[in-house]
Ligand binder design. Structure first.
Ligand code: AMP
Ligand code: MG
Length: 429
C-alpha cells in the first residue's frame, strides 16, 4: 500500500494549505485499499453489502421461449396466408404456465396459451385473446392479420440473461433488484466483502453529551449523531467512542483503541490550523498523517492518513468541528474513501444542472457546497434556492436542504437565473 508521503511527493503542484477538492480526493483514492475479508451469506442478508465475486448466469432466463400474453400461439406464416385480412385457425390444445411444452400444432392450427407458458415448437407469435373471435364453441379462432406482427408477444429464451452472461460485477453494492436477479438464477448464497468497522469520537472540552447539564459556554455534541446516521447509511459496523476530552493521555488512549478495533477512525474537531490542542499532535505521532486546508467551503481543515497501534493500522479522517463542515467533508471525502475501503465500486453521483432562483455569492479558487432546496417553480420548471444562512455551524441548513448546490473551484458569483450544478441528497444521504 503506497504511503501518503510517497503519493504526495509525486505531485508537482501540491499545496496543503489550499488543496483543491479533486486533488485531495485523488490522494485519498491512491492511499485507500479494499479490505480483504470475504464471507458467504444467504442472499437476503446480502442487501446493501458489497459483492465480492463476479456473478455469471448459470442458466438461461427465461429457460424457454414463452408467451408474454394470454392468447393463442401460432406460426407467423399464417399471417401471410390470411384470407381478406382475416386469419382463421383451429385450436389444437392448451399450454399452461408451469406445464411442459405442448405438442406442436399442425398447419392451420393454433394453441391456446397462458402468460409464461412455454411456446410450442413451430410457433413464433402470440395473438392476445382480446383480439380474437372464438368460433364454434372454442375449437376455432379468427382474428385480423394486422393485429399482430411475426414474433409479437413472445419472450425469447435467455432474453433476460443468457447462460454464461455476466449478471452482476464484483464491487456492486447489492440492491433490491439484484436480490431478485440472484434468486432468478437460483443462487441461495453469495460471497460479500466483510463489513467495515468504523470507530468515531468527538473532541473538544466544550462538548457535552445528551443528558449532561449544558454548562455555560458548552454545546451538545451533535457530530457523533450525524456521523452515526451517515455511517449507518453506508452499512458499516459502528464503534461510537463518545466525547474525548482535550487531554493528551485520553486522546492517545482513544486513538489507540480506535485503531486497534476499526478499519477507519473518524474524529471531529481539533484540526483547525493554529488550534492549541493535542488532537493534531497525537494524530501525527501515531502514523502517516497530514493536515490539510482544503480549498472548499464549508470544511477547510482536515486531517487524513493512516495511524498504527498494537500491530494494527487504520485510516484516519480528522474532520473539522463545525457541524455542517463535518457532514460536507464526510459526503465529499470520507464516503468515497469508505466505499473504496469496503471494496465497493460506486459511480459518482450525478450533478444536475438547474436554474438558480437567486444570486449566490462565490469567489473563484474554492469549491462551495451550498445547501439548497430544489423545487418546482410555478411554471413547472425545477429551480434551486439556498436554505438561508449558510454558516458552517448552522446545522438547520443541512436539515432543511434536499441538495447541495455545487459551485466549482473556478466558478464566480451566480446571478439569479443562471444554471448551477446540484447534487441531490437522494442517493447521497
Ligand atoms: P473546532 O474545529 O474544534 O475548532 O470546532 C469548531 C466549532 O465546531 C466550534 O464552535 C465547536 O464548538 C464546534 N464543534 C466541535 N465539535 C462539535 C460537536 N461534536 N458537536 C457540535 N459542535 C461541535
Ligand atoms: Mg475544538
Amino acid at each position: 500500500m503506497p504511503s501518503l508521503q510517497s503519493v504526495i511527493s509525486c505531485l508537482s503542484d501540491y499545496d496543503p494549505t489550499a488543496l483543491p477538492v479533486d486533488q485531495a480526493n485523488r490522494i485519498i483514492g491512491e492511499v485507500v485499499e479494499p479490505v480483504r475479508g470475504v464471507e458467504q451469506v444467504p442472499i437476503r442478508s446480502a442487501l446493501d453489502r458489497v459483492l465480492a465475486e463476479d456473478i455469471t448466469s448459470p442458466i438461461d432466463v427465461p429457460a424457454h421461449d414463452n408467451s408474454a400474453m394470454d392468447g393463442y400461439a401460432f406460426a407467423s406464416s399464417a399471417l401471410q396466408a390470411a384470407n381478406a385480412g382475416q386469419v382463421e385457425l383451429e385450436v389444437a390444445g392448451t399450454s399452461f404456465a408451469g406445464g411442459g411444452a405442448s405438442s406442436p400444432p399442425g398447419a392451420g392450427q393454433a394453441v391456446r396459451i397462458m402468460t409464461g407458458a412455454v411456446m410450442p415448437d413451430g410457433c413464433d407469435t402470440v395473438v392476445p385473446q382480446e383480439f380474437v373471435d372464438v368460433l364454434a364453441d372454442g375449437s376455432r379462432i379468427r382474428f385480423a392479420a394486422d393485429t399482430v406482427r411475426a414474433g409479437d408477444n413472445r419472450r425469447l429464451r435467455g432474453e433476460d440473461l443468457a447462460r454464461g452472461q455476466s449478471a452482476l460485477p464484483a464491487g456492486r453494492i447489492i440492491q433490491p433488484a439484484d436480490l431478485g436477479l440472484l434468486a432468478s438464477l437460483g443462487f441461495a448464497e453469495v460471497r460479500v466483502r466483510r463489513r467495515l468497522r468504523v470507530a468515531f469520537f468527538s473532541t473538544g472540552d466544550e462538548l457535552r453529551s445528551i443528558g449532561e447539564p449544558l454548562d455555560a459556554g458548552c454545546v451538545y455534541d451533535s457530530n457523533r449523531y450525524t456521523l452515526h446516521g451517515m455511517l449507518r447509511r453506508l452499512n458499516v459496523d459502528l464503534i461510537d467512542m463518545g466525547v474525548v476530552r482535550d487531554d493528551p493521555a485520553a486522546l492517545e488512549a482513544a486513538f489507540r483503541t480506535a485503531c486497534e478495533t476499526a478499519d477507519a477512525v473518524i474524529t471531529s474537531g481539533g484540526v483547525s490550523v493554529g488550534e492549541a490542542d493535542y488532537t493534531k499532535q497525537i494524530m501525527a505521532s501515531l502514523g502517516d498523517v497530514t493536515f490539510w486546508k482544503i480549498a472548499m467551503r464549508p470544511g477547510r481543515p482536515m486531517a487524513f492518513g493512516r495511524i498504527a497501534s498494537g500491530g494494527r493500522d487504520a485510516l484516519l479522517f480528522g474532520l473539522p468541528g463545525n457541524p455542517v463542515a463535518v457532514m460536507v467533508t464526510f459526503y465529499h471525502f470520507v464516503r468515497a474513501a469508505l466505499h473504496r475501503q469496503m471494496g465497493a465500486n460506486v459511480p459518482p453521483l450525478p450533478l444536475m444542472r438547474v436554474r438558480s432562483a437567486q444570486a449566490i455569492r462565490k469567489k473563484p479558487g474554492r469549491t462551495e457546497y451550498q445547501r439548497g432546496i430544489l423545487a418546482r417553480a410555478d411554471g413547472g420548471e425545477w429551480e434551486v434556492r439556498i436554505t438561508g444562512q449558510q454558516g458552517s455551524g448552522v446545522l438547520r441548513s443541512m436539515s432543511e436542504a434536499n441538495c447541495f448546490i455545487v459551485l466549482a473551484h473556478e466558478q464566480d458569483a451566480v446571478r439569479a437565473g443562471d444554471m448551477v450544478d446540484v447534487m441531490l441528497f437522494d442517493g447521497l444521504v
